[in-house]
Design a binder for this molecule. Structure first.
Ligand code: SF4
Length: 325
């Protein structure tokens, strides 16, 4: 992995208006992402974790320019697409793809697998005729471990893991550099999850891909991620290398998430001290003042409830937003 920045996210905000009344007036905003800053380096897998509703999926979509940011900047290879023409954005999209959580919902049930995988090739004008398309679809199916004789089958004829492979082949069709994997393995059985993780790693290494790997639990991202970012209520709480995050977590929220992962060693599991998260995630339309985590943090002080902690680099390449660190 080089230290070349592929995606730069700077103070990104994605607010969605809340409307009410007969006049449909704006009465507030859901602050799904509320000022996050991070880089994604070429060749790395950046894991992005947090509870459902923390803004990680919205951040992933804003990075792909599926949403126009409310404020801030998302630059891909140094270019902020929000400032470019629709034609430039359309061409750039070819290099950025997404793999979805539920492959079945994202695959057209009336299209054959060969057509599904071949469609992006046609949309982006990457093939000159049907024969070339067929050849490339065969290659893509082989790359993701799908039997090429199944190209005329429909999505419902495949298992969950195979459907995710179809989704991966479709994402690879345009030869992207960057892929957002949005809860891409969450809906799969544990044994199938491992197979898909292995496949994604192998593709990353063979094709020089970069991933943003979004997941709701830290256990899932540990093995595939180079670095991991932890989000809470639209803010980044901690970001560091995968090893450092698991061995030496600094933020109370990260510690709580890690302590929810069972250790597969009964004596160790009995000995360790758990840090339980109490209460539900507050509403992103009305987040707590000061530190976003203060309403659930066992270490919160008056200062935490009044002043928002800065997201700062506390040791080399280890970023944390907490007054007590
Ligand atoms: Fe907890 Fe305070 Fe740190 Fe927030 S700033 S995580 S409330 S100790």
């Amino acid at each position: 992995m080089k230290n070349e920045v592929l995606v730069r996210v700077k103070d990104l905000k994605m607010h969605f208006p809340i409307r009410a009344g007969v006049l449909n007036r704006v009465v507030g905003a859901v602050k799904a992402v509320d000022g996050v800053t991070f880089d994604i380096l070429k060749g790395e897998t950046l894991g992005l974790v947090g509870e459902s509703g923390c803004g990680k999926t919205t951040a992933g979509r804003a990075i792909l320019h599926l949403y126009r940011p409310t404020a801030g900047e998302v630059a891909f290879r140094g270019v902020d697409l929000a400032k470019e023409s629709p034609e430039y954005v359309r061409r750039a999209r070819r290099h950025m793809q997404m793999i979805f959580q539920d492959p079945y919902a994202s695959l057209n049930p009336q299209m054959r697998v060969g057509e599904i995988i071949g469609r992006p090739l046609r949309v982006h004008g990457l093939v000159k005729d049907a024969q070339e398309e067929k050849h490339l679809v065969t290659e893509l199916m082989q790359k993701v471990g799908l039997n090429t004789s199944y190209r005329d089958r429909y999505p419902h004829e495949f298992s969950g893991g195979q459907r995710q492979r179809i989704g991966i082949a479709r994402a690879l069709a345009t030869s992207p550099d960057f892929i957002v994997c949005d809860e891409a393995i969450s809906a799969l059985d544990v044994s199938i999850q491992a197979q898909i993780i292995n496949l994604l790693e192998q593709l990353r290494d063979d094709l020089g891909l970069t991933y943003l790997f979004i997941a709701h639990d830290l256990g899932m991202v540990r093995y595939i991620s180079t670095r991991v970012g932890v989000m809470y209520l639209g803010k980044m709480m901690e970001l560091t290398s995968s090893d450092e995050l698991y061995d030496d977590p600094l933020h109370p929220y990260t510690k709580a998430l890690l302590s929810a992962i069972p250790i597969p060693d009964p004596p160790l599991e009995r000995q360790r001290q758990r840090m339980l998260l109490e209460g539900d995630l507050p509403s992103p339309s009305n987040p707590p003042a000061g530190c976003r985590f203060s309403s659930r943090c066992p270490l919160a002080t008056e200062h935490c409830r009044a002043v928002e902690p800065k997201f700062r680099e506390v040791t080399t390449r280890h970023w944390v937003a907490c007054h007590l660190v």
